[in-house]
Design a protein around this ligand. Structure first.
Ligand SMILES: Nc1ncnc2c1ncn2[C@@H]1O[C@H](COP(=O)(O)OP(=O)(O)OP(=O)(O)O)[C@@H](O)[C@H]1O
Ligand SMILES: [Mg+2]
Length: 254
């Protein structure tokens, strides 16, 4: 459903995403994992059409994003890692605004907004300014705004940030149901326990390239380790020499 073909993004001389190719199927939850600075956010922003690739292609549902930006964007709900929200809008206004951008209007919008807010127990906050929302409440609002136009594809940069355990459970169930109904989910996360229970498959990105992609079984095969958990596999695949560094730091600290 999402096809990335030799996607490249440079910041000056620095190559943040390096000829990255990845296929994200529908009906599945795919986790994008990788060390800080590996290129996850840059990749997700290119998929969302917020950042233009220097070369390569993003295809969504068979459409080329560069050629058909509106059609591809209408298929997509995107939750950025650091969302910009107009503080002086109410939650309801923000969702109405997003729905308007997608060409929705009328009573269907109000019904959709109420359903989304109800999911998170936020109905009583509908007419409150976003500036009065807590961190987790904002995340729920942004998640709602990514869902308001009923997209077929959800792309979420760190989905669980700020969510309490009950809300995290709701989101997990929601993503599972969304994928079971044929939707496509791509999430970046550092929470490997989450990735292990939530994701059907993972792509591990390192230095702007996909180091390995597939199910847990595929990852175990790639790391030549039949029993390993995701943390061990991640560390092996991204080659973290952390133990040595911790020991030498503590030695230095006395
Ligand atoms: N606007 C920018 N200007 C210059 N360099 C950037 C910019 N945005 C990102 N980078 C660099 O590109 C690389 C990839 O960044 P990116 O944010 O995609 O990483 P990430 O995998 O999302 O990391 P994290 O796990 O910390 O969120 C990093 O080295 C980062 O410093
Ligand atoms: Mg990031």
């Amino acid at each position: 459903m999402i096809e990335l073909v030799s996607l490249t993004k440079r910041y000056g001389e620095f190559v943040a995403v390096d000829a990255l190719s990845l296929s994200v199927p529908e009906g599945r939850i795919t986790g994008l994992l990788g060390p800080n600075g590996a290129g996850k956010t840059t990749t997700l922003r290119m998929i969302a059409g917020i950042l233009e690739p220097d070369s390569g292609e993003v295809r969504i549902g068979g459409l080329d994003m560069a050629r058909e930006p509106l059609a591809t964007r209408s298929m997509l709900g995107f939750v950025p890692d650091r969302p910009f929200v107009y503080e002086k809008l109410t939650g309801g206004e923000l969702l109405r605004f997003t729905a308007g951008l997608h060409g929705m209007s009328g009573s269907v919008v109000e019904t959709r907004i109420d359903e989304l807010l109800e999911l998170w127990d936020l109905v009583s906050w509908k007419d409150q300014l976003v500036e009065s929302y807590s961190h987790g409440m904002r995340q729920k609002l942004i998640l709602s705004s990514a869902l308001v136009h009923a997209p077929r594809v959800l792309v979420i940069d760190e989905p669980m940030v700020g969510l309490d355990p009950r809300s995290a459970r709701i989101l997990k169930d929601l993503l599972r149901e969304f994928a079971d109904r044929g939707g496509t989910v791509l999430v970046s996360t550092h929470t490997l326990e989450l990735a292990e229970v939530l994701c059907d498959q993972m792509a591990i990105i390192d230095h702007g390239q996909i180091a390995v992609a597939g199910t847990m079984a595929d990852l175990r095969r790639a790391a030549e380790s039949s029993e390993a958990g995701l943390e061990q596999l991640f560390l092996r695949i991204t080659r973290g020499a952390t133990d040595l560094r911790i020991a030498s730091l503590l030695d230095a600290l006395g």
